[in-house]
Each structure stands twice: as structure tokens, then as C-alpha cells.
Design a protein around this ligand. Structure first.
Ligand code: DQA
Length: 145
């Protein structure tokens, strides 16, 4: 059975009440439950982790190095954390970078991702469904295949 780790970074614990115009009204708990339900349909085992701390995210990425893939929304760290980039580069499993909002349609600083070059791919702008799309991509279950 494939094992996928879903890691969310800073302020994503506030989903549901945080800037709903940009991030929607769904809580992280509800998003994780949707991912878990889809994962069980696909026969994929999922683990979930969230932290506001850069070092804890680095630890979580390292801790997932034996898994088959990581779905990562690094939040604002996406735009400047070399430590998170290096953690991704240091491990073998593919990482799907996810953003709920379309970071390219927002402030200039959000257009820069220091982690994208070491990720397998990037999904941005499809709301919380981006996590499900990433699950499909990493588990090789994309419809049409
Ligand atoms: C985000 C986009 C980031 O720029 C922002 O700092 C976040 C959320 C997204 O999911 O759209 O915290 O990663």
C-alpha cells in the first residue's frame, strides 16, 4: 500500500476563518478528512501534519523520507525557506507543492517559490481540491490513465 504524507505549514491551521475570500471557508480538518476518504478509496495510506514552525516542517519532511510521496503546502515558507527546500532535496520521495490560492495572481513575492525547483510538480489556484489533485498525481491514480 502506498503511503503519502500531507504536510501543511504556517497559518493553515486557521483555514475556515483565515481570509476566506482567498482560501475558502473549509477548515483544515475537513480538507484532511476529504483527502483521507479519497485516499482510502484509492487504497493509499495517508498521514497528516501541520506546524507553524519552520524547523518542525523540516523534521516532518525528513520523517516522511520513507513514504511514497509528500503533499506539501508550505504556506509563506514557500517563498523564502531554503531550509525547507534543502529538506525536500535531501529525500527521495516526490513532493507535490500545493497552494489553495493562485499565487501567481497575487502579490509579486508570492510568485517566487524557492521549493518548486526541487518538487515534482506544483498545483495552485484550485482551492482545497488541490490536495486531492496532488493525491491523484502522487498515487498514480489520475483519471484517464
Ligand atoms: C498559500 C499561499 C501562500 O502565499 C500563503 O503564504 C499561504 C497559503 C496557499 O495555499 O494559497 O499561507 O500557500
Amino acid at each position: 500500500m502506498k503511503r503519502i504524507t500531507v504536510i501543511n505549514g504556517p497559518n493553515l491551521n486557521l483555514l475556515g476563518t483565515r481570509e476566506p475570500d482567498k482560501y475558502g471557508a473549509e477548515t483544515l480538518g475537513s480538507i484532511n478528512a476529504r483527502v483521507a476518504a479519497e485516499a482510502s478509496r484509492l487504497g493509499v495510506e495517508c498521514e497528516f501534519f501541520q506546524s507553524n514552525s519552520e524547523g518542525e516542517l523540516v523534521d516532518a519532511i525528513q520523517g516522511a523520507r520513507e513514504s511514497d510521496g509528500i503533499i506539501l503546502n508550505a504556506g509563506a515558507y514557500t517563498h523564502y525557506s531554503i531550509a525547507i527546500r534543502d529538506a525536500i532535496a535531501a529525500i527521495a520521495p516526490p513532493v507535490a507543492e500545493v497552494h489553495i490560492s493562485n499565487v501567481h495572481a497575487r502579490e509579486d513575492f508570492r510568485r517566487v517559490s524557492v521549493i518548486a525547483p526541487v518538487c515534482r510538480g506544483v498545483i495552485a489556484g484550485f482551492g482545497a481540491d488541490g490536495y486531492i489533485l496532488a493525491l491523484y498525481a502522487l498515487s498514480g491514480a489520475t483519471p484517464g490513465h
